[in-house]
Design a protein around this ligand. Structure first.
Ligand code: NAD
Length: 476
């Protein structure tokens, strides 16, 4: 769907996120013919540089972060033409008047805050006091949105002083993934799944976000955060909400976000025995403690949780969540594991349960595992086979064009569609649930268990499901 002409200002336009994700995403929209020729992108950051230097920096970023088959020199030149740069001091007075000059009348105005959260308030304040943003402007803010309920509230308040909630787009790029939206299409576009989508037929649900990378250069930030704050409070809980929510009346902003909020509010408190925390030990790479340069760190680089949702639909169905760094493979998946058939009419071992798995990465797609008869004359032997719904196979060339989450979400901002963004009350509710869990282990002085690099996390994480007579799906 085409978008209106826009002026997009990227605060932190020279930073890592802008170079890695935002600018390559915008280029792809242009290369796809989805960017109006009148669109303008304005980098705003602390470094002193002119338009030419900014274009050169973005040109290098595109070279580095775009796959080779997406690089078209003519299109890249066209894209660089849309860029300009203003040096702005987010906490001072410099550059704001110049920025105002860059914003045209009659276009959609969006301001992407790709800077640390301590600058959200000062930027919001200046955008308004300098007369740069108005009641129709949109602002986009990045994670981390606070580190607990109190800081998230303070951030919300600092934005709410200057912008209405309908103007604020809190990004969670997991929600921009094609498969996540496809999950909505599958759940609410088919008769097949929704009648089974409850504790009567679903045995349990697993959500895994496994990374192979370690903490990298983010050690200092990560050590203050940990997997619970960095991944569970936002990305994994958002995925859980989409899986567990009641059907919204419409696929639109408020209906979807109202339903997600109800799920977060229905989350049961978590007991210590429902949590496993881990920290990667020394291995091929220096272990977690060395990576963050803190020999006494008690921060988790892995977490597994058993959650319950207190409502009619999910009473009694466990949700198992796990995420961690330096694991065996980079794989994100949601798996809905159905109950066994109530009675087997066949001799021999019964078939295993049906599983609907939704892969977020790699190879976005879905798979339904069903039981069939093993071919051949050997009698009625049951085997499990996947009904594979890989986008690549089913959609051919169309699947090669799946837009990255960031480009889709930025275009949603320009369209004024908030469905895939978190509302302020949702973020606060998520922290209100997360805080006591973290306080619990801090009060107990709990230390995470060491785990081997390249593994699936600490042994205790396996036990968490074994105790319940279940097992994690393979990370592959
Ligand atoms: P970065 O340090 O690479 O870039 C920061 C940018 O902010 C630079 O352009 C810098 O010039 C600008 N800046 C800093 N202080 C300023 C000031 N006073 N006035 C004007 N500009 C100023 O950081 P990043 O990695 O790009 O991250 C930006 C935000 O996005 C952070 O909040 C981060 O947590 C979040 N984030 C980053 C990633 C990622 O992959 N890098 C992923 C998710 C969220």
């Amino acid at each position: 769907i085409p978008v209106e002409p826009f002026d997009l200002v990227i605060f932190g336009g020279t930073g890592d996120l802008a170079r890695r994700k935002i600018l390559p995403g915008l280029y792809r929209r242009l290369a796809d013919g989805q960017m109006p020729p009148e669109a303008r992108v304005i980098g705003a950051a602390r470094s002193d540089m002119d338009d030419a230097a900014f274009r050169a920096l973005v040109g290098e970023a595109l070279e580095e972060f775009l796959p080779d088959n997406a690089k078209d020199p003519e299109r890249i030149a066209e894209f660089l033409e849309l860029l300009s740069y203003v040096r702005v001091d987010a906490t001072g007075e410099d550059g704001w008047a110049a920025l105002k000059e860059h914003i045209r009348e009659g276009t959609v105005h969006a301001f992407y805050f790709s800077v640390g959260p301590s600058l959200f308030g000062p930027i919001a304040e200046r955008l308004k006091s300098q007369g740069i943003a108005d009641d129709k402007s949109r602002i986009v803010v990045e994670k981390p949105f606070g580190k607990d309920l109190q800081t998230a509230r303070a951030l919300n308040e600092s934005l709410a002083c200057h912008f209405d909630e309908t103007q604020i787009y809190r990004i969670d790029h997991y929600l921009g993934k094609e498969t996540v939206q496809n999950l909505m299409a599958v759940r609410f576009g088919n008769m097949l799944f929704e009648p089974l989508w409850n504790s009567r037929y679903v045995d349990h649900i697993q959500i895994t976000v496994a990374e192979t990378v370690g903490v990298g250069g983010r050690g200092e930030y990560y050590d203050r955060s940990g997997a619970m704050r960095d991944m569970v409070q936002n990305h994994l809980l958002q995925l859980l909400c989409l899986i567990a929510m009641e059907p919204p009346g419409r696929f639109e902003d408020e209906s979807v976000r109202d339903e997600k909020l109800k799920v977060i509010r229905a989350l049961k408190p978590v007991a210590p025995e429902d949590i496993v925390r881990g920290q990667y030990a020394d291995g091929d790479e220096p272990g977690y403690k060395s990576a963050v340069n803190n020999p006494s760190s008690k921060t988790e680089s892995f977490i597994a949780l058993r959650l319950g949702i207190a409502n009619w639909r999910w009473s009694g169905t466990p949700f198992y969540l796990r995420t961690g760094k330096r694991l065996k493979a980079r794989a994100s998946e949601i798996a809905v594991v159905f109950k066994d058939a109530p009675h087997s009419i066949f001799d021999g071992p019964p078939g295993q349960s049906n599983v609907l798995s939704i892969r977020l990465q790699p190879n976005e797609g879905m798979e339904m595992v069903v039981t069939i008869k093993e071919p051949g004359p050997g009698g009625m032997r049951l085997i499990q086979v996947p009904l594979d719904m890989s986008f690549a196979d089913a959609l051919g060339e169309q699947a090669e064009d799946i837009p990255d989450a960031y480009e889709r979400l930025i275009m949603d901002v320009i369209r004024g569609n908030q469905t895939l963004f978190m509302r302020g009350d949702e973020v606060e509710a998520a922290w209100a649930w997360t805080d006591p869990v973290i306080e619990g282990w801090e009060d107990r002085g709990a230390t995470p268990s060491p785990y081997e690099q390249g593994s699936t996390g600490p042994e205790e994480a396996l036990m968490l499901l074994h105790q319940d007579g279940r097992r994690w799906r393979e990370i592959k």
